[in-house]
Design a protein around this ligand. Structure first.
Ligand SMILES: [Zn+2]
Length: 308
């Protein structure tokens, strides 16, 4: 067992400080597959809880091949702090999602240069996991090509989304879709909620990673948990939007099964003090994503349902 730490340069700040990402290589010393796992493309998405646990586990359990860990794939997005919130979803310089720059361009924008360095690392692996979080959310996997569904089945979360990049074309520029274009299989894992510590969800992600390592014969651990009994695969989600600017209070929780006519949230309109209105479900589904705020402008996303 050997562990290497390497700083990879991704650019330079205007003040001349080096920008770099830290890469860990955990090498079993035996031949086998290489798995690349990255966290932190988007600022404030603290999936590194999973890597802290995984690192200790690998030191004792990795039998074959290598695991590459990049805990903070984008140090720039983590600088986007405002009071107590870190919201590094978009490159503020050009308004672009940090995960829409792949496969990158070493002569391009800062985001494309970072993507280019990460992509060069990731594409050398036999399998890639890109870890994220999403608002207030249940954990779920995303695959961008139907051929990747088999890995979502191995990872074993309950909720598994397929995003068709021929319809939602902007997703073509994610790391996962770009890796598929060069024949490297991968999954995106949404590990739970933004800037949260959710021990159950951390364990779900960790168990999924162990099943992937088991699948590629990198570990031999009979105690690895079984996959979720009832996996749900979906491609359609329904988004509810605020019809008017207002304050909202939710009446349902993540994971709740929702029926048409159910009360989903209370609406407090400041043009009508003392009266609360209700937002009702217009679909049957599972509440899997909630916007992490009470404050809504007209047209803001409130929640997402998996249509059942
Ligand atoms: Zn993300």
């Amino acid at each position: 067992m050997r562990i290497y730490k390497e700083n990879i340069n991704i650019g330079q700040t205007p003040m001349g400080n080096e920008l770099s990402v830290l890469k860990y290589t955990i090498d079993s010393g035996n031949s086998g597959k290489t798995i690349y796992i990255q966290s932190g493309t988007h600022g404030g998405e603290i999936t590194q809880w999973v890597l802290h646990e995984l690192f200790s586990y690998l030191q004792n359990n990795l039998k074959r091949g290598k695991v590459i860990l990049v805990p903070n794939a984008n140090p720039v997005s983590w600088l986007q702090r405002n009071y107590f919130s870190t919201n590094g979803k978009f490159d503020m310089y050009m308004g672009k999602d940090w995960n829409r720059n792949f496969p990158g361009n070493e002569q391009g924008s800062l985001g494309e240069r970072i993507a280019s360095v990460l992509f060069a690392q990731a594409r050398q692996a036999d399998f890639v996991l890109d870890l994220h979080t999403s608002r207030l959310s249940l954990p779920f996997s995303i695959h961008f090509n139907k051929e990747m569904r088999k890995y979502a089945e191995v990872f074993g979360l309950e909720y598994n989304q397929f995003i068709d990049t021929t319809i939602k074309t902007s997703y073509k520029d994610t790391i996962n879709a770009s890796l598929f274009a060069v024949d490297v299989p991968s999954l995106c894992i949404e590990c739970g909620s933004h800037d949260a510590y959710e021990p159950e969800n951390i364990n779900l992600a960790l168990d999924g990673i162990k099943r992937i390592l088991q699948h590629f014969n990198q570990i031999e651990d009979i105690s690895v948990a079984q996959i979720c009994k009832k996996q749900i695969f979906y491609d359609k989600t329904i988004t509810y939007y605020a019809q008017t600017g207002a304050l909202l209070r939710f009446k349902k929780n993540l994971g709740d099964i929702v029926h048409i006519g159910d009360e989903l949230y209370e609406i407090y309109d400041n043009n009508d003090l003392g009266k609360k209105k209700l937002g009702f479900a217009k679909h049957n589904g599972i509440l899997f994503k909630i916007s992490p705020t009470h404050i809504y402008w007209s047209g803001d996303e409130i929640l997402q349902l998996i249509n059942t």
